[in-house]
Structures are given as C-alpha cells and as structure tokens.
Design a binder for this molecule. Structure first.
Ligand code: ADP
Ligand code: MG
Length: 571
C-alpha cells in the first residue's frame, strides 16, 4: 500500500493544478498505525465535501469485549467514539481558501444516543468516517494544506478517538451504561403494563425552545412521581430506581397553563430514544411504537381511510379513501392517526397546543346547536376508548380545558408547579357530581386497519434527467421536483435521521414494485439494516455514508405520507 510520503508527494506535484487533479489521491494509504481510505473526492471546492475513512486495526484499537458485546453496547460505544472524534476534528477544522476548504467533520449526536454510521468498532478494526473539504485557491489545488489535513489533522483525530485506552474511559462507561439501562427499562414496559416510565429526579425542561439541552436553572423542579403511580424498577447499572408509570389505557394530563404539561409529553415522546448521561431524561422510556401526533392544516393526504373519525364531508367527499392537497386541522390530525395505526402505533401522544380543538372535543351545547348529521367529525373523546379496547392503542392526552374527558380517562394527572399529582379519584367524583350532558357519538366506530400500496412511480425522484433526493435540514427533504415538509414528525430529532429517510426513499420504489404494502416495504428495508447495518442506506454504494442515524419506520412512513406526489394503488 502507498504511504504518507507518496500521498504528500502527489499533493506537492498537483499543487496549483486544476481541482480535478485531486482525483489522483483516491484509494487507500498506509499512515501507520492507521489506514486512510479516500473514498470520494469532491468535484470542486463548493461541492459536498470529500469522504474519507480512517481505520485502525483491532490489535491497536483494543476495545475490550464488554464495549461491543451486545448491539446496544456497540451502538453506544461507536456513538461515543464519534463524539470524541467530532470534538477533535473541529479543533483542526478551519476555513482555507475557497468554498468549504479546510473543514473536517465527523457526524455525531446531540442529546440522544442513536446508532450512527460515523464510527464503527468491529472485531477487526475501529474506523472513523470523516468529511473533509479539500482546500483550493480559486479552483486550484492547495496541495500542502491538503497534505496537512490528510496526514496530520485526520490522524490526530484518530489518535484520540480510535484507541480504547486513550478515550475518557469513565465517560465511555457511563455512555454505554445509560444506553443499556434505557434499553432494559424499555424492555420492562410491556410486562409492567406501561407505555412509559419517568424516573424520579429526571430533569424534563429544556434550555429553550430551540435547544435540546437540559434547563440549567435554580428554578428547575426535578420530576417526582405521585405516590399512587410510583413504581420501582431494577436496572443493571443504576440499580433500584423509582418513578411514575404511565399505564396502558387513557391518561389525561391536566393542569394550569405553564405548569409543565407539554414538557412532560415531550419527554415521553423522546423517551423512545436513550439519552446521554447528564441529559436529565436518561431514565425516561416509552414504548418504541409511541407516536406523537398533531394537526397540520395544509398538508397533502393520499387515500387514507379516515371514516372512523370523519364522514359526511360537504360535497360528498369520500372519507373512506380520503385524498386532499390541502387538509384541514381535523382531517390532517385524523389522517396522521390513521397513517400511524397503519404502521402499527401502540400509543398516541396528543397535546392540545398543537391539536385541532374540534378534533378533540365537541361539547353538549355545540352538539345541540350543530346536529350530528351536520358535523362530519366524531371527536377523539368518542374514539379514545375504542382505540384502546378494540385495538390496544393507548393515549396520553394533554388537555387543560375540557373536563368531559374525565369520563373516558383511566388516569388523570394534574401538573401543579411542574409536579404531577394523581387526581384520578377526584376527577371521577367530579364526573359523578357534574355528569356531562354531552352525548356519546362514537357508537358507529369502525376502524379498519388498511395497508396501502403506493405506486412506486409516484416516488420517482427524477428531476431534469437525474434522481434528486436531498436532505435540506432536519425537517425538509427534496424529492425530485417536490419538497417534503417533516415539521410535524416531532420524534425526528437529528438531521442524520432525515438523511437516513432519504436513504429509505431511494430504496423504496424497488421494494414497492414487488407490490408490497408501504408498511411491508419499509420494514423490509429496516430488517436489511438490522442484518447489514445502516450503511445499506448509503447513497454511494461501496463508499462510506458517515452521516446517517437510526430512524423508525414511523418517521419514514411519515415522510412518504407527506410526499405530495404520492399515489396509492387501488385497493
Ligand atoms: P404547559 O404545557 O403546562 O403550558 P410547558 O410544559 O410548556 O407548560 O412549560 C412551561 C414552561 O415551564 C416552559 O418554559 C418549560 O421549560 C418550563 N418548565 C417545564 N417543566 C419544568 C420544570 N420541571 N422545572 C422548571 N421549569 C419547567
Ligand atoms: Mg402546553
């Protein structure tokens, strides 16, 4: 294999040449103890950065078996390596010349611990996947600066991250333990009859509306379970912990404005992921089929059977196969729910703040004024028990303004100054003292779980003769000529997850043409990922995709459902 001096030699030779000359450095290089793979060389200084890998033989990396003995440990270990590498890479990263020259980047996580492709630790090697902006003056190669990056800065990043013994070892251990405890806690939920658990002492509020970090203020009120809902759980690392169990069924979270209701629901929604030590939500876990839904007026909907919730739309619009370019608040929220049911949702999280009021409730006076025949919506209050009793789908609903829900809730929690109180008994008493005059409307409910078969050609990413599937940030994907708005997918929390969705979108048409249903097609890709790794989502076969992270089938389906060109084949 060619060595560092040959690499520097080439870079000296092409110094000042046109940018394309950089193609000469593709391939593998021996930079003892590392091997450097230059997989992709960018076409010009403004293009997406070049992709390289730095590999260290396991004999040197020397990760002890305990760090990678299970899937979750491996995920946490690799995730930690990526964080250390990102910090070191950013120390060496500085703008040089034109475009993105001089940037060195390793993709790593935020507050969640997610499987990623940025670093791999296997029985044979430890490996980093980096993006590097090869420097240019104008469009001419800056050979010496490039040699510095590739033979000095990149190995320096590996020096601190790829050798087990050089890592901050207590940090690594804590990281792995946190992920493992979360996995353990999640696995206990079903057998305990819970859909979620929030440990006493958890810190749920975040720094700000745009930051995921824990609120660090003397005013933070750590979570404390009401006695009646407190359970104990034994975890492999934390040992015996206590906290609030959110039971299957219907849970209402009431309480005054600004008392922490939405913050609790948000913590439950992200409880599907493990969190980093110090996050405050490490011991918050939710079942992995929990879906937070909302209203999204204006979204497109394609052939969704929302007739359980909505029928008799004006103009005789068919709600058993409902399609629209421009959904209303209530029809969008109904579609969101039915689409999630199609994918196998086990629990819904609903917040009044982002819901359509008429979807949630219709009170007695309104029932008197607007006859049932004139109101297309069967409100959620009349559906929520059917969902649970007939389909096993639980709901946690944040609602400060409608006591009619007391009749349908199994548990009522009131948030008071950021602390939950169990007020179930009191709510029941009130429901008897003041019986609701409203009439139940859900008697006609029929929720058919239908599996739609999208037309593969409606996912065609063609634009101007070539396929375009691009992540444009956390909540936006460009597919061909259309943009998909993912703002409503609130459990999508990392750009690398959005990139992973792009990978699914790339593979889906093929999977769908073997005439599979949306759910089956997405799951087929997910099982391939489980066998072969997230790398199967790579846009560049055979080259590293160092910037992908785990994403659930729910979010993938969420993107497909929001694709405005989507067409579903006739049932
Ligand atoms: P609600 O939904 O009940 O109106 P929010 O959950 O939006 O209330 O919370 C209101 C504010 O209080 C937010 O700024 C939030 O960050 C903060 N907050 C929430 N929980 C706590 C807590 N446990 N300790 C301190 N501040 C909190
Ligand atoms: Mg709120």
């Amino acid at each position: 294999m060619r060595d560092a001096s040959e690499l520097s030699g080439i870079l000296t030779r092409i110094d000042g040449a046109g940018y394309k000359a950089y193609k000469d450095i593709r391939g593998s290089w021996s930079l003892p103890p590392f091997t450097l793979f230059i997989d992709h060389v960018q076409g010009d200084p403004y293009a997406a950065p070049s992709r390289i890998r730095l590999r260290l033989d396991a004999a040197y990396a020397a990760f002890p078996p305990g760090t990678t003995s299970t899937r979750i440990r491996t995920i946490a270990c690799e995730e930690f390596v990526a964080r250390v590498a990102r910090a070191e890479a950013s120390r060496h990263s500085r703008p040089i010349g034109t475009g993105g020259g001089g940037r060195i980047h390793v993709d790593a996580g935020g507050q969640e611990i997610l499987e990623r492709t940025a670093a791999r630790v296997t029985g044979e090697y430890a490996e980093l996947r980096l993006s590097v902006g090869l420097p240019a003056r104008g469009r001419r190669v800056m050979g010496r600066a490039a040699a510095d990056i590739l033979t000095v800065a990149v190995p320096a990043t590996g020096e601190v991250s790829l050798f087990h013994d050089r890592l901050p070892l207590s940090g690594l251990a804590d990281h792995i333990d946190a992920a493992e405890d979360h996995e353990h806690l999640s696995a206990l939920l079903p057998e305990m009859g819970l859909i979620a658990f929030v440990a006493d002492g958890s810190v749920l509020p975040r720094e700000s509306g745009i930051s995921d970090r824990p609120l660090a203020s003397s005013g933070v009120v750590p979570f404390r379970s009401p006695d009646a809902l407190r359970l104990e759980v034994d975890l492999p690392h934390r040992g015996l912990i206590s906290g609030m169990g959110v039971r299957e069924g219907v849970t209402l979270i009431a309480g005054g404005g600004f008392h922490g209701k939405s913050t609790l629901l948000e913590a439950l929604s992200l409880g599907i992921y493990p969190h980093v030590p110090g996050d405050g939500r490490e011991l918050v876990a939710s079942r992995n089929n929990t879906v937070k839904v909302c209203a999204e007026d204006g979204r497109g909907v394609e052939s969704v059977n929302i007739s359980a919730f909505i029928s008799n739309l004006p103009g005789g619009i068919d709600t058993a196969c409902f399609s629209t370019e421009n959904a209303s608040g209530s029809t969008s929220q109904a579609s969101y729910i039915i689409e999630a049911v199609e994918m196998g949702a086990g629990a819904f999280l609903i917040d009044e703040d982002i819901s359509a009021t008429n979807f949630l409730i219709r009170d007695a006076r309104m029932q008197r004024l607007i006859a049932k025949e004139k109101e297309p919506i069967t409100p959620y209050i009349d559906m929520v028990r059917h969902l649970y009793e007939d389909h096993g789908i639980s709901t946690v609903l944040v609602l400060g303004g409608a006591g009619d829900y007391f009749d349908v809730a199994d548990t009522v929690i009131a948030m008071e100054e950021f602390l939950p109180m169990d007020v179930t008994t009191r709510a029941r008493e009130i429901a008897t003292e003041i019986p609701t005059p409203r009439l139940e409307e859900g008697e006609s409910l029929r929720l058919d779980i239908e599996r739609r078969r999208p037309d593969p050609s409606s996912l065609d990413p063609e634009k101007g003769g070539k396929p375009v599937i691009k992540c444009r940030g956390l909540t936006s994907i460009q597919l061909g000529r259309t943009d998909i708005d993912l703002t409503a997918l609130m459990q999508l929390n990392d750009r690398s997850q959005t990139r992973a969705i792009c990978g699914y979108l790339r593979l889906l048409p093929r999977e769908l043409s073997s005439s599979r249903e949306l759910k089956g097609a997405i799951e087929a890709i997910s099982s391939r990922i489980e066998r072969e790794g997230l790398e199967v989502l790579s846009q560049y076969p055979g080259e590293h995709p160092g910037d992908l992270a785990f994403v659930r089938p729910f979010e993938v389906a969420g993107a497909v459902n929001r694709l405005r060109t989507l067409k579903v084949l006739d049932r």
